[in-house]
Each structure stands twice: as C-alpha cells, then as structure tokens.
Design a protein around this ligand. Structure first.
Ligand SMILES: NC(=O)c1ccc[n+]([C@@H]2O[C@H](COP(=O)([O-])OP(=O)(O)OC[C@H]3O[C@@H](n4cnc5c(N)ncnc54)[C@H](OP(=O)(O)O)[C@@H]3O)[C@@H](O)[C@H]2O)c1
Length: 256
C-alpha cells in the first residue's frame, strides 16, 4: 500500500514509518521541517497548518497515518491542520485515515485535550474511512515533562494524578495493523503496562539523572485537574509488549 505519514519525524510518526517500511509498504513521509526520518522513504514537504503541499501529499495514497501535532500551536496544527488534511484527502481518492488519539480527549476540559478531540471528530465526520486508536502518554512525553519540571530547585508535579506511560513503538505497530486491516472505527483505548503517580515518575527521573530536587506535589485546580485525578487519562486496555517505563529510563541513561 502507499501510505502517507504526517508528523513523520516525530516520536510516533518516525516509528510508524519504520514499521510500515518493514512490512514493505511505500511510505510517504510528511514533515514541515524536513528533519531526517530513520528509514528510506519518500519525503514530502507538507505543512498542514498553512495547507502547503497537502494536496500533493495525499494524492494517490491508500491510507494516511495522521501523527502531526503541536502542543503549543494545537488550535492551528491539530484543529485547522486536520481539517486541511481531510478536505484534501476527500478531493483526491478517499484514503483511509488512521488517527492516534489521546486517552481522555473527551473527558478532560483542557485546551490541548479539546483540540485532540476536535481533530478526532474532524476525522470521524470526514466521510472517509477511518480508524481511531487512543493511547496514553508516551514514555518520551513524560520524560520531557519531568525534565522541564526538574529545571527548578523545587520540582512541582501534579498531586494525586497517575500516568500510564506507553512505548510509542507498541502504538506504531498497532497503527500499522489498522492500515492493513482497513477502516475499523474507534478501537478500545490502550495504555502502558503500569500506572505511576507523578511523584514516582519524578523520583525515577531524579534517580536516573542524579539530579537532587525537592519534589512537591500540588493539586491542579479546576475541572481538568479533577478529571485527571479521577483517572480520565488512564486506559483499561494495557499493552504489555514493548518496553516498560523502567526499561525506557535505563535506555535513556545508557544513551546519555
Ligand atoms: N506524545 C504522547 O504522549 C501521545 C499520547 C497519545 C497520543 N499521541 C498522539 O500521537 C501523535 C504524535 O505525537 P508525538 O508525540 O509523536 O508528536 P511529536 O513528536 O511532537 O511530533 C509532532 C510532529 O508533527 C509535525 N508537525 C508540527 N506542525 C506541523 C504542521 N503545521 N504540519 C505538518 N506537520 C506538523 C512535526 O513536524 P516538525 O518536526 O517538522 O515540526 C512532528 O513531525 C499525535 O496525534 C498525538 O496526539 C501522543
């Protein structure tokens, strides 16, 4: 199959490209910054927000794995960019859109979660064949979150909130299964093998990096905080293949 991967140089998109290429699909890798993708794929210059190159990128593809996102510019990239993508796709041959959603997108009234949900709804209502697989946060995302918090002598983490880190490669493999299986609608949510308190993730980050910080857990106020403390970001379906959090941390330390 010919498959377009948006966000092809991102954490998930790069892994999707590798897994698709391994299964002998023809991969079209779209990323605006032109960063290298770790497999031999055809790169296309495509900026979803601006609509640049989108029509050419989707032309003739059987499926699109839509991994582009921007946490800071989510209204433009996730919302408007997804609209640009599906409108272009509907014009040229109606490919199957495979979308990696975020667990809790409809439950957490936080601006980024809302944009993720809006993007998902755009895919679902596009009139194209679609599959949506929501997952919990990737190892890398939580690691970066801990690194940002550890920039300060006092490391503030959300109180009473758990995370269920998942290996993005396990997600990538499931997305490739969906490409091959055809439109499947909304799949059951998936998450990593274990959920950890944010304080535990902070502890493992500090132990691994050797940094000394005072970890302080603070309640996130508002309805979004309450939803997250109630576990809206956690998945019942646990994925046990792929690396667990402790293995990931060990790999990060080896690479450092
Ligand atoms: N991260 C998580 O914990 C998590 C959890 C569940 C689901 N997901 C979903 O998985 C997907 C990928 O997440 P990720 O963490 O792998 O993202 P990421 O590493 O931040 O990568 C984002 C990608 O989007 C591209 N992008 C940004 N702006 C764009 C634009 N205007 N046009 C086209 N592409 C653009 C980036 O390209 P450049 O590098 O060229 O800017 C990059 O390749 C998203 O749909 C996300 O919601 C993520």
């Amino acid at each position: 199959m010919i498959v377009l991967v948006t966000g092809a140089d991102g954490v998930l998109g790069s892994r999707v490209c590798v897994r698709l290429a391994e299964r002998s699909h023809t991969v079209r890798a779209a990323c605006p910054s032109g960063t290298a993708v770790p497999v031999a794929v055809t790169k296309v210059d495509c900026d979803l927000e601006m609509g640049r190159g989108v029509a050419d990128a989707v032309d003739g593809v059987d499926a699109v794995v839509h991994c582009a996102t921007d946490r800071r510019r989510h209204r433009r990239v996730d919302r408007a960019g997804t609209r640009n993508l599906v409108e272009a796709a509907a014009q040229v041959g109606r490919p199957h859109i495979v979308y990696p959603g975020l667990v809790g997108a409809d439950l957490v009234p936080d601006p980024y979660f809302r944009s993720r949900q809006a993007a998902e709804e755009t895919v679902i209502s596009s009139g194209l064949g679609w599959s949506v697989l929501r997952s919990t946060e990737f190892h890398q995302t939580l690691w970066e979150s801990m690194a940002r918090r550890a920039r300060w002598p006092v490391m503030v983490v959300p109180a009473g909130m758990r995370h269920q880190p998942i290996d993005p490669d396990a997600v990538a493999r499931r997305l490739v299964d969906l490409v091959e299986g055809g439109p499947a609608g909304r799949l059951p949510d998936i998450g990593g093998p274990r959920a950890y308190e944010a304080t535990a993730l902070a502890g493992s980050y500090l132990a691994a990096t050797g940094l000394r910080r005072l970890v302080v857990a603070v309640n996130r106020p508002g309805i979004a905080g309450a939803a997250l403390r109630a576990g809206a970001n956690l998945a019942v379906g646990r994925v046990t293949d792929g690396a667990g959090w402790n293995e990931f941390v060990a790999e990060m330390m080896e690479a450092a």
